[in-house]
Design a protein around this ligand. Structure first.
Ligand code: SME
Length: 167
């Protein structure tokens, strides 16, 4: 199917409304497709296009072949990134191990932060759950210190919940 998706989101909207529209667009883009890579790729592209002042947006997936817990790079937009992150390491590994959103105002103050792009100064990482387990995380980075707040965390959590069964 070569169906085109026309999506227009005003990125100057207040955050709750911006994320609501982003969730709707992600829902529409992933509804008819069962391939997880295709769905994550389109959601990464959506975040990249509509979230202002960011330099990386994408997914790390839990690698089921690694017993002690490890994330492996998934679809994203931005510069090439670290491929594997053990549970408990860096911001992504902390979110995955504890199953908790990490809102980091200044990544340089986060113990064990993994710097993939030196331009990153703040970051939000949200775990994605399926059947009660973390299956992936969404990671968004910004060159601006303190770029992400509780509204971003809530918005990305809503997005994660919306696509959890489609990735
Ligand atoms: N900063 C992350 C690593 C991933 S990248 O920034 C894309 C971390 O500390 O987990």
């Amino acid at each position: 199917m070569g169906e085109m998706h026309e999506i227009a989101i005003d990125e100057t909207l207040p955050k709750p409304e911006l994320y609501r529209q982003l969730c709707e667009a992600a829902d529409a883009l992933t509804a008819g497709e069962r391939d997880p890579i295709a769905n994550m790729a389109n959601v990464a592209a959506l975040m990249w296009q509509y979230l202002p002042r960011i330099n990386w947006a994408g997914f790390y997936r839990v690698d089921p072949a690694v017993d002690k817990g490890e994330l492996v790079l998934g679809p994203f937009a931005g510069k090439p990134a670290c491929i594997r992150i053990p549970f408990g390491q860096g911001v992504c590994g902390t979110a995955a191990a504890g199953g908790k959103t990490q809102l980091v105002e200044d990544v340089h103050a986060f113990p064990g932060h993994i710097a993939c792009d030196a331009a990153s100064n703040s970051e939000v990482v949200v775990p994605i759950f399926r059947d009660g387990r973390v299956i992936a995380v969404i990671d968004i980075d910004s060159p601006e210190t303190g770029r992400f707040d509780a509204e971003d965390a809530a918005g990305v959590e809503a997005l994660a919940a919306r696509i959890a069964t489609r990735i």
